[in-house]
Design a protein around this ligand. Structure first.
Ligand code: FA5
Length: 337
């Protein structure tokens, strides 16, 4: 019996087979248990002899099983280690690295330029009240100029802001009508415009506002000129054209000369040699007054620019929709190394 069991232990190829051998020979229904159970039937003389023998056989088989089990476990571990070993000499798989979106980079660049001129960065809500989006900006209900910015209304009093200008009114309110203001505010805006190469229903703006005693139109021109030269290069000129915004008086639009894309004939500049990038003007006295500033003491200028337009001009992007369709081939071209 013993040599038969030891033979089976040797043959067992894995832990499962070994367990079967253990059950077959040492289990409750195995031959050794049977012998020990039958001890009562033996004579007094036979009992110790058979008992000792049975115990010895059980010990021997049990030890053999244990030894075999250790061996099998060791082998399994070795096999696993071998399979899982890492070849450190293999070349790595390239990892796709993302980067900031071109618009994010442009907005950061604009922020840096204005921070350099002493401006602070402000933020405002994208879901805005009718009051801040229009009324506080000298656009009472029913004012025809509201049609200039077709809006997405949520309720009668709430809408998606159509421009970043409400942050002008919010900032002035915060300053309690007497502290000077020098801020820019970047953010998303929404209009019911039909999407085309130069229009998007959601786009970004960067608002600017300076309020203090003695702020003049020449200050506005100087700041915008410094911004344009730093953003586009010193060879670029700016041009202010008269325009209309209810919240500024006088109002202007700023064009920038078009040399960057090969001169007057380039498509972005539509053959005129100039392209409009922002609206601006001197803050209307009504707007100052509504925000608590005395227009006889304080004056200010404001501007609102479209970073999409600026990025298009700077990098020769010919369709605003490229910014929002998120084709990785387009976005990747503008990732800085
Ligand atoms: C305004 O939104 C004024 N709030 C700007 C302003 C601020 C004037 C402060 C005076 C003082 P306007 O609607 O022109 O103005 O838009 C400003 C800029 O946003 C435009 O020059 C253009 O660059 C960009 N823009 C306007 N509509 C769209 C659109 N649908 N898609 C992409 N960019 C647009």
């Amino acid at each position: 019996l013993q040599s038969e069991a030891l033979g089976k232990v040797q043959q067992a190829e894995d832990l499962k087979a070994l367990q079967d051998v253990r059950i077959a020979y040492l289990g409750k229904k195995g031959p050794i248990t049977e012998v020990l159970r039958g001890m009562g039937k033996l004579s007094k003389e036979e009992r110790p002899v058979i008992g000792q023998l049975a115990n010895e056989v059980r010990e021997t088989i049990s030890e053999a099983i244990q030894t075999k089990q250790n061996k099998l476990e060791e082998e399994a571990l070795e096999k696993q280690l071998e399979e899982e070993s890492i070849d450190v000499t293999l070349p790595g798989r390239p990892v796709q690295i993302g980067g900031p979106h071109l618009l994010t980079s442009i907005i950061e660049e604009i922020e840096d330029l204005f921070i350099g001129m002493g401006f602070e960065i402000k933020e405002g809500p994208e879901v805005e009240t009718d009051y801040y989006n229009f009324e506080a900006l000298n656009l009472p209900k029913g004012h025809p100029a509201r049609d200039m910015q077709d809006s997405f209304y949520i309720t009668e009093e709430l809408l998606l802001r159509t421009h970043t200008s409400p942050v002008q009114a919010r900032t002035m309110k915060q300053k309690d009508g007497h502290e000077p203001v020098r801020m820019i505010c970047p953010g998303k805006v929404y209009r019911r415009d039909t999407d085309d190469a130069t229009h998007s229903h959601q786009f970004t703006q960067v608002e600017g506002l300076v309020v203090d005693e003695n702020i003049k139109m020449s200050d506005l021109k100087g700041v915008l000129n410094a911004f344009a030269k730093q953003m586009f290069g010193s060879e670029r000129d700016i041009r202010l054209r008269p325009s209309f915004f209810p919240f500024t008086e006088p109002s202007v639009e700023m064009d920038i000369s078009c040399k960057v894309c090969g001169g007057d004939g380039c498509s972005v500049c539509k053959g005129t040699g100039w392209i409009e990038i922002l609206g601006a003007g001197m803050v209307h006295p009504n707007v100052l007054e509504m925000a608590g500033y005395d227009p006889n003491v304080y004056s200010g200028f404001a501007f609102g620019m479209g970073p999409e337009r600026i990025a298009m001009l700077k990098y020769g992007v010919d369709d605003i929709r490229h910014f929002y369709t998120n084709d990785i081939r387009f976005l990747k071209q503008y990732h800085k190394a």
